[in-house]
Design a protein around this ligand. Sequence first.
Ligand code: NAD
Length: 330
Amino acid sequence: MHRALIAPVSTPMGSLLPPAGIFLAKKSKGTYAMVATVIDGKAFAATVRGKVAVHVARLKADHGITPGLAVVLVGEDPASQVYVRSKGKMTLEVGMKSVEHKLDIETPEADLLALIDQLNNDPEIHGILVQLPLPKHLNEDLVINSISPAKDVDGFHISNVGLLGTGQKSMVPCTPLGCLMMLRDHHGSISGMNAVVIGRSNIVGKPMAQLLLNDSCTVTIAHSRTKDLQEVVRRADIVIAAVGRPEMVPGDWIKEGATVIDVGINRIEKSEGGTRLVGDVDYESCAAVAGAITPVPGGVGPMTIACLLANTVTACSRANGLVEPEGLTA
Ligand code: NAD
């Protein structure tokens, strides 16, 4: 039995959720026949980074401009440190300038705001990312909204949220942008398809729903209080799972031939010891029904950083009144 000791890492979210035992009632590995096409996010992300690198090289050669990304990390959260390191490495790999600001966990809010102001006014910096979550004493909304919207490569500034919501040109949050790129690549057009987004967070669920709507899908946003979630999901041609609950969506919720994009990243314990990463959908049973599916790891995850780089080169092009890279924006 492969999944006997599954323990969700994410915080339990209250009594509306299915009991923890639901994670144990799964069939053993190898029971399901794989029919879905696997959408290889790792390979696709490499292609996106390649396009970014080509555009960066053009900006340098034709205009003498090097796009610059500044990442600000407050405190020493180990997961955030890993993310920041890998963002810095990949930024350099595509030929951009990478700047990291590591601040003490007790940094006063005024000092952080002063740093953001300095980066807002730095002509060599085109993208600013403040790694979340921030320590409790810092007001996340205030900090995010102090970033210049044109340099807000995470797309979390209220101006960018409003622009996206009204279908105008904006900076788009990286994870949903990556999901959209994979959907467009796989389907060509997604116009008219029924899409269900499970999760309504500001960083994934809501902007994802908005992007799908802007691409003319019929969109349902499901969340922790949605009634009969399985019936809602069963109607979907496209399922985006962004919940943070390991393997919550089983294959029998999925319509035959549907495309399943799994945003979740959850670390679970294996019965034989050690841990592994799983998504928010039960990969094996969903892959036996779906037409296409993203794996975890190797699906949405790699696309997120690729889209951060794409957003930075887009921001740089816009700041200089130059043509935007093709296929790297919503
Ligand atoms: P969040 O905790 O902010 O939001 C989770 C959402 O799920 C909430 O809106 C909640 O209403 C909904 N939800 C919770 N329990 C539910 C249930 N039983 N049924 C239906 N809906 C339920 O999480 P988030 O930041 O949006 O992240 C979601 C997942 O995506 C996490 O696993 C996170 O690690 C992952 N993530 C991955 C990437 C990536 O790059 N691949 C980026 C961001 C987040």
